[in-house]
Design a binder for this molecule. Structure first.
Ligand SMILES: [Zn+2]
Length: 91
């Protein structure tokens, strides 16, 4: 008996956003991963989104693991954000 793979439907941006964390975790089946990569190859917007998500997830994981450097980095970001708002108020 020959296993016939159904032709996968092309992925759209909405589906990509739904499965992006799965893709980053490499927790998806080969077929789905190939569809994701095919979409990424032709979609700059999703490539940028993936890049952003990867950075965020990496940082969050380091914070969850108790990496003091990552915790500091997060605090620094929050402070920088607050500082930029404050300086806008006084201008
Ligand atoms: Zn896309």
């Amino acid at each position: 008996m020959t296993a016939q793979h159904p032709t996968p439907a092309p992925m759209d941006c909405r589906e990509f956003v739904e499965i992006v964390s799965e893709y980053i975790e490499a927790a998806m089946a080969e077929t789905k991963r190939l569809r994701t990569e095919a979409h990424l190859a032709g979609c700059a917007g999703c490539r940028a989104y993936l890049d952003q998500m990867q950075r965020t997830i990496t940082l969050l994981r380091r914070v969850a693991d108790g990496d003091p450097e990552a915790v500091t980095h997060r605090a620094t970001l929050a402070e920088a954000f607050r500082a930029s708002r404050d300086s806008r108020d006084t201008s």
